[in-house]
Write a protein that binds this ligand. Structure first.
Ligand code: AMP
Length: 175
């Protein structure tokens, strides 16, 4: 199938009440499994970021890694992982943040980025924006500037963009 004609929404599955009651989980594994859909996703994300001046893609564990690594390869950028606590082997910078229900923590290697670096954050989905807001602050502590954030899916009704003032937010599908 020509990738230009693919509707990526056809490859995203709604799972009600996962991982907890009341959450409609957007499952992107069918999109990853289909070769043409995966290729179209990476190609379209690359087009969305083509006009930006930056050096590193920063992927959020774990689905941000799956889209981020091939995108970094395609765009000729470096890749930096943001991980859950205790996973990164070297010195880390950590941020604790509150989510809509509960809290979370994220870490980055302390030497992953430095002043003057321009980063773009990549994740599969933007919901409330809390995760990306925390990641932006974490990267700011290293001295890096976050110029944009890219997503396959944006849940527009949760207004995640409002937590990211001044950031260019780009997504392939908005619900
Ligand atoms: P948030 O911090 O609220 O923007 O949540 C974003 C993070 O949680 C991303 O890493 C998503 O993968 C995950 N996430 C939040 N809500 C959903 C959802 N409805 N379906 C799939 N993933 C979600």
């Amino acid at each position: 199938m020509p990738t230009a004609k693919l509707n990526l929404a056809d490859f995203i599955r709604d799972i009600p009440d996962f991982p907890q009651p009341g959450i409609l989980f957007k499952d992107v594994t069918p999109l990853m499994r289909e070769p043409a859909a995966l290729r179209a996703t990476i190609d379209r994300l690359a087009e969305q970021l083509a006009d930006l001046d930056f050096d590193h893609l920063v992927g959020i564990e774990s689905r941000g890694f799956i889209f981020g690594a091939p995108l970094a390869y395609k765009l000729g950028k470096g890749f930096v992982p943001i991980r859950k606590p205790g996973k990164l082997p070297y010195h880390t910078e950590r941020i604790d943040y509150t989510l809509e229900y509960g809290s979370g923590s994220l870490e980055v290697h302390a030497d992953a980025l430095e002043a003057g670096h321009r980063a773009v954050i990549i994740d599969d989905l933007l919901a409330t924006g809390g995760t990306v807001c925390a990641t932006r602050e974490l990267l700011g502590r290293l001295g890096a500037e976050v110029v944009a954030a890219a997503f396959v899916v944006e849940l527009g009704f949760l207004n995640g963009r409002e937590k990211l003032p001044g950031l260019s937010v780009r997504s392939l599908l908005t619900y």
